[in-house]
Design a protein around this ligand. Structure first.
Ligand code: ADP
Ligand code: MG
Length: 262
């Protein structure tokens, strides 16, 4: 379980967010939502221990900042929003790098089997021996998700894991993320731009806007036309499909009542 308590972060004088508190439980997928620049990536960075913050992030009751680098490397995977790779590595080798904390003098069969199993899970076995620089952006994103999963972390932090994927693959990857989160009892926190998918795949949504936590709770309770108006400044209707799943029908920008709005 991850407890985020009164988290505050600034880049120099620029306060990105303050007093953000929420909890993510094992087996749960939590979505961070909010417009560009709301601080979603920064918040994930803080949780990953890559930026200094005020407030507390606790994992199983222990302050994350006191956790050793080895423990953090073993228990947590973090997939950044932008990953540039120019190295002459194959997809298989990129995924294998995710097991770095388990690699000794020799790569044993168990590790190789884990790499193969994650390649299979993400349907990219056929790319295993292709150079990572010579596949599509979406295929590369799948390889990095496999890299995040292969070490069998307890905590999974994913920054827009589906941004480069076509809609078919978005469903596939989100099915996989939910399945591994439940089966391996992971605590998963991710940002996702396609809000509609949050209804289907996420247990909880954390809405960030103007440096504050606006709302937190189950998507059905949070994502509605008021949320879309306040947080995204978009006119939106919530509808239900024939299976009863909610969707947001976004109709356009709201006529600006606040000329300051970007
Ligand atoms: P989001 O992921 O929600 O789009 P970010 O967390 O990337 O937002 O950015 C939050 C705010 O922090 C933005 O105003 C952005 O300009 C600023 N910011 C992001 N990275 C840096 C940085 N390295 N240095 C200074 N400001 C930054
Ligand atoms: Mg971001």
């Amino acid at each position: 379980m991850i407890d985020i308590d009164s988290l505050t972060f600034s880049y120099g004088d620029h306060r990105v967010f303050e007093d953000v508190s929420f909890r993510a439980e094992p087996g749960e997928v939590v979505a961070l939502a909010g417009p560009n620049g709301a601080g979603k990536s920064t918040l994930l960075h803080c949780i990953a221990g890559l930026l200094p913050y005020e407030g507390q992030v606790r994992y199983e009751g222990e302050a994350m900042e006191h956790m050793s680098d080895q423990r953090r490397a073993r228990d947590m995977s973090y997939l950044p929003q932008d990953y540039n790779i120019a190295a002459a590595l194959t997809v298989f080798e990129v995924v294998l790098l995710g097991c770095m904390s388990d690699l000794g003098m020799k790569v044993n069969d168990d590790v190789l089997e884990r790499v193969e199993s994650e390649l299979h899970l993400l349907n990219i076995e056929h790319l295993a021996h292709r150079p990572i620089t010579q596949i599509s952006g979406g295929q590369r994103q799948l390889a990095f998700i496999a890299q995040a999963l292969v070490k069998r972390p307890r905590i999974l932090l994913l920054d827009e894991p589906t941004s480069a994927l076509d809609i078919y693959k978005q469903f596939g990857v989100l099915d996989t993320i939910v399945e591994v989160t439940r089966q391996r009892s992971l605590t998963t926190i991710m940002t996702i731009h396609h809000l509609d998918l949050i209804f289907r795949y996420c247990d909880k949504v954390v809405g960030l806007h103007d440096g504050r936590l606006r709302q937190v709770g189950p998507p059905e309770e949070i994502l509605d036309s008021d949320f879309m108006a306040q947080v995204y400044h978009v006119d939106s209707e919530r509808i239900r499909d024939s299976r009863g799943v909610a969707h947001l029908l976004n109709l356009g920008q709201l006529i600006d009542v606040n000329p300051e709005h970007p």
